[in-house]
Design a protein around this ligand. Structure first.
Ligand code: DC
Length: 234
């Protein structure tokens, strides 16, 4: 019955993919969306683009004080963040490379704990997925943004595996962080994202949990695709 009323409300399903940093959500979500003919929305990229806007507007000292709450809400309302395939635009400028920096990821994680920020993001993300036909990835998609998503996955992997992936990505971009530093940063960010009061990182009770430590991207996508296509059969 619940399934039927969902089908009536949305012509096409919402697929939610949540999980900690470096588990491969973006690669998998993009490939799954392409296979299903759905739109891919990377909500982490939205938080990162906002963090970049905040870093350009305020000093690190002001941001660290944590007293900018309302002003950050106003800043978020005054900027435009758009996703153009894999490219991320902030006020019409391509910031895809700039938001890959670890400092921006860290600031995104800190600012994402603020209620004004989460509220505005929630509105945007719900509007983007209203008609379904979307694969949305993040930390709270299956728990808060679309608790009624037709398909929910929680993608994780061992810390070392995730850090190795992040280390390789950063090294390719010319970073000189050591593996140990990348691992420590990843653990710190996950701990913060999991411990916050609002929309913490955790699997939805009805999410399918996938440990990708020993799986390839192709295998993970095939697992998800099989779930979605099997359930969609009459
Ligand atoms: O997925 P990512 O690593 O690009 O996300 C950057 C930060 O943004 C992450 O550490 C926490 C925050 N975030 C969030 O709070 N909720 C989401 N749905 C997505 C990201």
């Amino acid at each position: 019955m619940a399934e039927e009323s969902r089908q009536r409300r949305r012509a096409r399903p919402v697929v939610a993919i949540d999980g900690p940093t470096g588990a491969g959500k973006t690669t998998v979500a993009r490939a799954l969306a392409a296979a299903l003919g759905f739109t891919h929305v990377n909500t982490g990229a939205m938080y990162r683009a906002f963090a970049l806007a905040a870093a350009m507007r305020y000093t690190e000292a002001d941001l660290a004080k944590g007293a900018l709450g309302a002003r950050l809400g106003a800043l978020l309302n005054s900027i435009s963040i758009t996703l153009d395939g894999p490219r991320v635009m902030l006020n019409g400028r391509d910031v895809t490379d700039a938001i890959a920096a670890p400092a921006i990821a860290d600031l995104a994680s800190r600012l994402s704990a603020l209620p004004a920020v989460r509220e505005r993001m929630r509105e945007w993300q719900r509007a983007a997925g209203r008609d379904g036909g979307i694969v949305m990835e993040g930390r709270d998609i299956g728990t808060v943004i679309f608790p009624d998503a037709e398909y929910k996955f929680y993608l994780t992997a061992r810390d070392e595996v995730r850090a190795r992936r992040r280390f390789a990505e950063l090294a390719a971009r010319g970073s000189d962080l050591s593996f140990g530093e990348v691992l420590a940063q990843l653990r710190e960010r996950d701990a913060r994202d999991s411990a916050r009061a609002l929309a913490p990182l955790k699997p939805a009770p009805d999410a399918v949990i996938i440990d990708a430590s020993d799986l390839t991207v192709t295998q993970v996508v095939a697992l998800m695709r099989a779930r979605v296509e099997q359930a969609s059969r009459p």
